[in-house]
Unconditional design. Structure first.
Length: 239
């Protein structure tokens, strides 16, 4: 009941029986590592948003392990066993259905793709394909909606989190298949941001605080930039 979609493609811990492990032959930037505690982070944030806004966001979490299927890739590089295709299709069908419902009810919305990174343990990296996946947001509100005081990352920076990049140029993480596929530059009306949370922010001792601060940042952004009231369908008058 919110125009917000939380996705977590790489935090799964469950086996996928009968599916071959990915070997990654010929796949660039191949990895099978789990983004530890990103599924838990997404679920916590969803619950906290419900408390803050009185409604839950859409939540799409891959519970199967990345070593079997990487749903943040195009199908050709996501798995190596035909038995994995139903898992892959189910994940992306959930995002498509959530996006469709957001468009129907609110006209536009936000997709946050939650990941983990170990390069800088206390940093959150933004990935928007250098602004392309948030084309609608930037066109409507400008860069202040991305880095300003009521933006998600601007609020987190004000709370003391280290945010990268600080400018408009994304160098290390530019965003993967999910934001490139479902972002507003594709005409989806859904602005998509990939967020890479550092290792320390995802540790058990810090997860509750990180989820609370993240949810608070989303709430501030939503009240400023998202259509929180469901649209009333237009009924044609009788001639």
């Amino acid at each position: 009941m919110l125009p917000i979609i939380l996705a977590a493609p790489h935090g799964g811990r469950a086996p996928a029986p009968g599916i071959a492990l990915r070997r990654g032959l010929g796949i660039p930037q191949f990895t099978t590592e789990r983004d530890s505690d990103t599924a838990e982070l997404a679920e916590l944030v969803g619950a906290k948003l419900e408390a803050l806004l009185g409604a839950r966001p859409f939540l799409v979490v891959a519970h199967f392990e990345r070593k079997f299927i990487d749903v943040n890739r195009a199908e050709s590089g996501a798995f190596e066993s035909a038995s994995a295709k139903p898992y892959y299709d189910a994940y992306h069908r959930a995002i498509k259905e959530a996006s469709s419902r957001v468009r129907q009810r609110w006209g536009s919305g936000l997709l946050l793709d939650i990941h983990g990174q170990g390069a800088e343990a206390e940093t959150i990296f933004r990935g928007t394909n250098n602004g392309r996946s948030i084309a609608l947001l930037r066109r409507r509100f400008g860069v202040t909606a991305v880095t300003g005081p009521k933006s998600i990352l601007g609020h987190l920076a004000a709370r003391g989190y280290r945010i990268e990049p600080t400018d408009d140029h994304e160098r290390r993480y530019t965003g993967g298949y999910t934001i490139q596929t479902y972002g507003s530059h594709r005409g989806t009306e859904i602005d998509a941001i990939q967020l890479e949370f550092g290792t320390d922010l995802r540790r058990s001792a810090n997860l509750e605080r990180a989820a609370s601060d993240f949810a608070n940042a989303i709430e501030i952004f939503a009240r400023e930039y998202l259509p929180l009231s469901i649209r009333t369908p237009t009924v044609a008058a009788d001639p």
